[in-house]
Design a protein around this ligand. Structure first.
Ligand code: ZN
Length: 158
């Protein structure tokens, strides 16, 4: 890795109770591992991979030698707001990651997408991404409207 490039966004690890949050963070471009595992394994992975551990578990959040963020709310918007404030990152999507598997998405041209998406989508959309791992193709219409609305609500929560 080239250390001279801009500081990378923090890498995250979400515990079993935060699956929805993990999917949204991926969509926003954050490298977010989601693990349904016991505390020991979560702590191990967070430490080894230098990830900020997002958890709703007080005990886990207080473990020494770990970077943790205790997620206080059960409401997704508030959780997102808390994480984004804590890591001081912009709300703009950088390079989105696959909601399902966390792989960085690659851009597809309209020509490449044609034939792989419904015809009306190929005719009306201009921006496509594909997951290199699970092959899912997404376009802004699939969920960007919902995301923008949700992020608006996140911005309003102070
Ligand atoms: Zn994927």
């Amino acid at each position: 890795m080239n250390q001279l490039t801009a500081p990378a966004a923090p890498r995250l690890l979400a515990d079993a109770m935060l699956g929805k949050l993990a999917r949204w963070l991926r969509l926003l471009g954050y490298d977010t591992l989601y693990l349904q595992a016991d505390d020991a394994l979560l702590a191990h992975r967070a430490r080894c991979e230098e990830r900020l551990l997002l958890t709703r578990d007080h005990e886990l959040a207080e473990r020494r030698g770990l970077d943790t963020l205790l997620i206080s709310s059960e409401v997704l918007e508030e959780q997102l707001g808390q994480v984004l404030r804590a890591i001081g990152a912009p709300l703009e999507p950088a390079r989105p990651r696959c909601m399902e598997c966390n792989s960085p998405l690659r851009e597809l041209t309209v020509a490449e997408a044609r034939g792989q998406v419904p015809t009306y989508v190929a005719q009306t959309q201009t921006e496509f991404h594909q997951c290199p791992t699970c092959q899912r193709i997404t376009w802004p219409g699939t969920h960007w409207d919902g995301i923008q609305q949700r992020l608006e609500r996140v911005r309003k929560i102070k």
